[in-house]
Design a protein around this ligand. Structure first.
Ligand SMILES: Cc1cc2nc3c(=O)[nH]c(=O)nc-3n(C[C@H](O)[C@H](O)[C@H](O)COP(=O)(O)OP(=O)(O)OC[C@H]3O[C@@H](n4cnc5c(N)ncnc54)[C@H](O)[C@@H]3O)c2cc1C
Length: 476
């Protein structure tokens, strides 16, 4: 008796058991079936809305395992999913009935402190990378939740507290080892396969499986000046109008994001504020002089009457994990996102109005600041094609009770619509949900057609289709 798997066209195909055994024995890692220990852990991802059961999971130990699994999927025309850190909201890291390539055993990070570079395997998390790089006082821009995968974050673009200063994560990518749809391992860099290198800097998992990334690092820390300033939501209009005028006066070492949500029971918040709507400004100054950071942040800290101000020096690696308790895996999530060039009055009003009707204590309105080094790179220099966006709204619909699905999804969609008139029309591909395939073209703008041509070259049969999919284009 063989194993029946879902094929890439949605059909079912029986694979002879000796072919499956050959795959199993060829792997340095392991091959999991649904009845085996570790199977449920390997198929469970961050967003609990996604509950899919692959028929086989190849837990890869190295690039040759990945190549073997890719060749197996191609030969048998299987539905194929690729899992890095398993964080993506759309849930494409896992498939129903097909083959899952799980890179999570591949977490090695090797830092060359003299060259200020790092080699990072495709299953490493931000925490794995930051921890190792910070032992040499180095870092590259990554995201704000340490359990996120380096792979998915990088392939979509990647931004966080260091991005105004050092650009997107992809702007610091020097090379990558990629297993193509043919099952070959190739290097992508500005010298080798430069078309592929261009495409993977923002084009997601469409072009192959990245087994290893090489990054440029920068001296950061060991401490940054960082923390939260919390205001009542009733003050948010005044604070955000001050915020938008204040930001252009700050250097690129300084960044300030904000969140609107119901106050969690944090120890530094007076108990009477727990559960009430707040605006939290999240500040990070990563320059070498923390005294200069104090000077830069002072006007923002002096504005209005904050409920709490907990800005202080923090080890950079610790600051990178500070939001983890609010972003734990296992809750139901539905996100909507827009890019903005400015924080307009209309946008501020729309955000505040919806913050008054948050459908769940876990739901939040998150707002990231970009610009600086991100915007100095040309839109056509990498696949990430909307560098003029200065801010990113991420409506984090987030809740735990399945009975609230309709209310929470409906609220997120309403805020998305209300904010749309003020948005650029672009979107960050890493924040798209599973029902937003129609926004992929907007995510890439004029770069989309070039991506389609490169897709035709490296993956003409769309083996890597379980992602924010770029369709192969025939060469003109
Ligand atoms: C709580 C939270 C906070 C976040 N914060 C930020 C942030 O601050 N900044 C930011 O830029 N983004 C942020 N993100 C978005 C994040 O960048 C994306 O969700 C990203 O896709 C996660 O990568 P992953 O490897 O964990 O995800 P996965 O779900 O494992 O992968 C996502 C997709 O990438 C592809 N993929 C994964 N690994 C590989 C690989 N090795 N080779 C080829 N393709 C691969 C696959 O198509 C897969 O479906 C956040 C997400 C969450 C859930």
């Amino acid at each position: 008796m063989g194993v029946t798997l879902t094929t890439s066209d949605g059909g079912r195909s029986e694979i002879a058991s000796d072919a499956v055994e050959q795959l199993r024995s060829g792997l340095h890692g392991s091959l999991l079936a649904p009845d085996m220990p570790g199977y449920d852990e390997a198929r469970t991802i961050w967003n609990a809305m996604i509950d899919r059961r692959p028929e086989l999971i190849a837990r890869c130990a190295d690039a040759s395992d990945v190549a073997l699994a890719v060749r197996f999927a191609r030969e048998h025309e299987l539905l194929l999913a690729v899992r890095g850190g398993g964080h993506n909201i759309a849930g494409n890291a896992v498939c129903e009935g097909g083959l899952l390539i799980d890179l999570s055993p591949m977490k090695a990070v090797r830092v060359d402190s003299a060259a200020r570079t790092a080699r990072v395997e495709g299953g490493a998390t931000l925490a794995d990378f930051d921890r190792e790089a910070q032992t040499s006082g180095l870092a590259t821009p990554l995201g704000i939740n340490s359990t996120t995968g380096v792979a998915g974050l990088t392939l979509g673009g990647g931004f966080g507290w260091l991005s105004r200063r050092f650009g997107l994560t992809i702007d610091n990518l020097l090379s990558a080892d990629v297993v193509t749809a043919r099952g070959e391992v190739v290097r992508a860099s500005s010298d080798e396969n430069p078309d592929l290198f261009w495409a993977i800097r923002g084009g997601g998992g469409n072009f192959g499986v990245v087994t290893s990334f090489e990054f440029q690092l920068h001296p950061v820390g060991p401490e940054v000046l960082s923390g939260l300033i919390i205001h009542p939501l009733d003050a948010a209009g005044d604070v955000l109008r001050f915020y938008r005028d204040f930001l252009p006066t700050t250097p690129e070492e300084f960044v300030c994001w904000f969140v609107m949500r119901k106050a969690p029971p944090l120890p530094f918040l007076p108990p009477e504020w727990h559960g009430r709507e707040i605006l939290a400004l999240a500040v990070c100054y990563s320059g070498s002089s923390l005294a200069e950071g104090e000077r830069v942040a002072a006007p923002l800290r002096a504005f209005g009457k904050p409920i709490a101000d907990v800005i202080a020096p923090h080890p950079y690696a610790a600051w990178q994990t500070i939001l983890d308790p609010l972003l734990t895996p296992g809750l139901r999530n539905y996100w909507k996102s827009h890019d903005f060039r400015e924080v307009s009055d209309g946008l501020i009003d729309a955000l505040i109005a919806h913050a008054r009707t948050l459908p769940d204590p876990n739901t939040e309105i998150a707002f990231a600041q970009l610009g600086g080094a991100v915007s100095r790179v040309a839109n056509e220099a990498t696949a990430y094609g909307h560098r003029d966006g200065q801010f990113v709204l991420n409506v984090h619909g987030r809740w735990d009770d399945r009975a609230k699905d309709a209310a929470c999804i409906g609220w997120a969609r309403e805020l998305f619509q209300a904010a749309a008139p003020f948005a650029t029309g672009n979107v960050y591909v890493n924040f798209l949900t599973q029902d937003e395939g129609d926004r992929v073209r907007a995510a890439y703008g004029p770069n989309y057609d070039r991506l389609g041509k490169i897709k035709s070259k490296y993956d003409p049969d769309n083996l890597f289709r379980l992602n924010q999919n770029i369709r192969p284009l025939a060469y003109a």
